[in-house]
Design a protein around this ligand. Structure first.
Ligand SMILES: *[C@@H]1O[C@H](CO)[C@@H](O)[C@H](O)[C@H]1NC(C)=O
Ligand SMILES: *[C@@H]1O[C@H](CO)[C@@H](O)[C@H](O)[C@H]1NC(C)=O
Ligand SMILES: *[C@@H]1O[C@H](CO)[C@@H](O)[C@H](O)[C@H]1NC(C)=O
Ligand SMILES: *[C@@H]1O[C@H](CO)[C@@H](O)[C@H](O)[C@H]1NC(C)=O
Length: 286
């Protein structure tokens, strides 16, 4: 056996091993996904949670194209939230996520407004499939570039996999003083420890319901509550943040100015934060 042949054989073996170890994009002969998308509930842990409060949109965002027949829910306005999360663990492994919640909506006969995710990007195909089939979350693929300098400055950029468009670019510095703890505590208690949500069933994969899916995400309030941790250690200052709001809302004229100036809208929570994604039910009041 020549050296070239041996080299090629070894190369082929490595390629086979590499392909076998990839579970993303796996499909059967019908093209059906064979991914282990992990049934609900999902327990998650986070290496980083950024929450940005976004002011109310003047009108509801353009409907997400991944849903057909999405009814016009009554948009009860903002504030909305932009969340940038680094999952340390989940039933589909670690991944990154950027999610946009414009605000709350009232659906059908329901009187209580609920959050709904308008756009959501992750960097894991298994998370796309699991999020879509378990909760109707319209997950799409994106590339996340997450860098951290020794001085604590963190630089994050997110690009959509479909067209490489920049969705978000942020530079965050650790804050050592000057953050009013009430604001952080309010956001966490009111808006983050439980997130009552609904999603319209997605076209792909088809969900066997024509009612909205409802579920309440919960984040471990103890970890979020900074028990024993000074607030300042968990907060980060937004040094620069560019958000492609057109990608989120379909409205060219909206931009980052929608964020309230001077507010500590960025929270960075470190390790120890956990989340719980329960099994979705159909919205009973609908
Ligand atoms: C797999 O795909 C075929 C053809 O598209 C479809 O008829 C079938 O229902 C799918 N099976 C599952 C389990 O989704
Ligand atoms: C997931 O989290 C829930 C609620 O916090 C908890 O009751 C449950 O034991 C956890 N399950 C696993 C497998 O860790
Ligand atoms: C930290 O280092 C980076 C890279 O050198 C720099 O851009 C940033 O301004 C620094 N941040 C602080 C708070 O000094
Ligand atoms: C887009 O945003 C602008 C500025 O806030 C607003 O005046 C306009 O009505 C919005 N357009 C749509 C289609 O929502």
């Amino acid at each position: 056996m020549s050296r070239v042949t041996r080299f090629l054989r070894q190369g082929a073996l490595w390629l086979i091993l590499l392909l076998a170890s990839r579970d993303t994009y796996a499909a059967d002969v019908n093209g059906n996904s064979t991914l282990n998308t992990a049934p609900p509930p999902w327990n998650t842990t986070y290496a980083r949670v950024y929450v940005f409060q976004v002011s109310a949109l003047p009108s509801p965002p353009a409907p997400n194209k991944l849903y057909s027949g999405l009814p016009a829910w009554q948009f009860t306005k903002g504030p909305g939230y932009l969340m940038l999360l680094k999952y340390k663990s989940s039933p589909v492994g670690p991944y990154n996520e950027l999610a946009y919640i414009p605000g709350k909506y009232k659906a059908g006969k329901c009187s209580t407004p609920l959050f709904s995710v308008q756009r959501i990007w992750v960097d894991s195909e298994a998370s796309v499939q699991g999020g879509r089939s378990n909760w109707g979350l319209p997950k799409e693929l994106a590339k996340f570039n997450w860098r951290r300098f020794v001085n604590g400055t963190e630089v994050v950029s997110v690009r959509a996999a479909a067209d490489q468009s920049l969705l978000l670019h942020g530079v965050f510095d650790p804050v050592t003083s000057g953050i009013p703890p009430e604001t952080l505590a309010w956001v966490l208690k009111q808006e983050l420890s439980t997130v009552p949500s609904m999603q319209w069933p997605l076209d792909k994969p088809a969900t066997p319901t024509t009612k909205p899916l409802s579920f309440q995400l919960t984040y471990n309030p103890k970890a979020l509550g900074f028990a024993g941790i000074p607030y300042a250690n968990a907060a980060r200052k937004i040094l620069r943040l560019r958000v492609n709001f057109e990608a989120f809302t379909g409205n060219k004229t909206l931009n980052f100015a929608a964020l309230p100036a001077g507010q500590p809208v960025g929270l960075a929570l470190g390790g120890g934060t956990t989340g719980y994604f329960p099994t979705a039910e159909t919205l009973a009041c609908y």
